[in-house]
Write a protein that binds this ligand. Sequence first.
Ligand code: ZN
Length: 253
Amino acid sequence: MKEILENNRRWVEQMRSQDPQFFEKLSKGQKPRYLFIGCSDSRVPASAITGSGPGEMFVHRNIANMVVNTDMNLLSVLQYAVEVLHVKDVIVCGHYGCGGVAAAAAGKQYGLIDNWLTNIRDVIRLHETEFRRIENEEEQLRRLVELNVIEQVRNLGKTNIIQNAMKGDNPPRLHGLVYDIKVGLLKDLEINDGMMADFEHIYGTKAMEHAEEVLEDQVGAKEDLGSAPEAKAAEEKNSKEGRDNKAPMRKVA
Ligand SMILES: [Zn+2]
């Protein structure tokens, strides 16, 4: 502890020598440009790897940089950063060699943390074909780190916080980065808005409109059918499928 306090005093002297008003200015408030959601791993310090100083970055870190929609901590940070601080960029940053990602892929039990790792196992399920196709284990885990970041950026887009912000005048931009511990470099996964739009009909506020359109199309197809025996059989099949499809949509409503 003594070492930390000594380091702190040395740092204060250094900052004051560069700018005597440094701490006074910071004490007036913060206006960070970035929200950084990263891994708790000690080798991935948000400020150091991005060259950001105090006041420039609002930070949330957890095991494997997850965006979990029942995590009140993450949601509170996200809402405050987006709606109060008006950050311009929201970054999810993963890193190669992530212990959380490796543990999720290992197929073992670790205790309480398994419930958290389930969220990464869901990423494997979503991308299982691509994941299993990679034979080299290290390459497999590196790709899983990237896929996990992509899915966590998607998870940001599923929150009503981001969806509402996107309707505003200055919506934040969402980014997915991966940090390479071996070389110290950040890689931009270049996630674009189109990737989010692909799922607007399920997670977005227009989901019910889409569901109604699907139902109308089904009813329309039914009315177009003639009275020929094969058409009657098709009509019955359609009607059954229509019922099957309707059930979960009503449930959602
Ligand atoms: Zn990690």
